[in-house]
Every structure is written in structure tokens, then in C-alpha cells.
Design a protein around this ligand. Structure first.
Ligand SMILES: [Zn+2]
Length: 92
């Protein structure tokens, strides 16, 4: 009797451990998607850096790619890899 009670307690203990473990299952995939998102962001940024470096080589850095006007120091200070002047950026 006491032996079977202990077995039931043991089984319950295992069950409660499983219950605590299962909700943590999805964290691995959500962590993975977070990492994938960060990696994608870094890739986008490196593309922007490459494009900015290309414009420096071509002597067009700091000049709006759409209208050809200077982008402006304050905007470049805030967004060093900006391709558009503030006016064109606002136009979308
Ligand atoms: Zn512009």
C-alpha cells in the first residue's frame, strides 16, 4: 500500500516536471527566430554600408540619390548611410 502510494507520488512528480518542461519547448524556436532576425538586420546594414562606401568611391556620398541635393550634415550625422535627403525621404 505504502509502496504503491510512493509510486503514485513518483509518477506525479515526473508528470509535474514534464508540465514545467513542455512550456519551455517553444523558446528554442523563438530564440532561433530572434537570432535569424538579428542576422537579417545585420545583413541589411552591411548592404547599406557597402552602398555608402560605393558612393564615397564615386564621390557621391552625402548627395541625395534621387534629386542630387546635399543630404545635410545633421541627417548624415543621425543616419550616416542615408541615401535620400530629408525632403525626398519625406516624400517616400
Ligand atoms: Zn533628395
Amino acid at each position: 500500500m505504502s509502496g504503491s502510494l510512493a509510486e503514485v507520488r513518483l509518477a506525479r512528480g515526473d508528470a509535474s516536471v514534464d508540465d514545467e518542461h513542455d512550456p519551455e519547448g517553444p523558446t528554442l524556436s523563438s530564440e532561433w527566430s530572434r537570432i535569424a532576425g538579428v542576422t537579417g538586420e545585420l545583413e541589411n546594414r552591411s548592404h547599406s554600408v557597402d552602398a555608402a562606401l560605393g558612393r564615397i568611391d564615386a564621390g557621391r556620398y552625402g548627395v541625395c540619390v534621387r534629386c542630387g541635393e546635399p543630404i545635410g550634415f545633421e541627417r548624415l550625422d543621425a543616419r550616416p548611410f542615408a541615401e535620400l535627403c530629408i525632403r525626398c525621404a519625406r516624400l517616400g
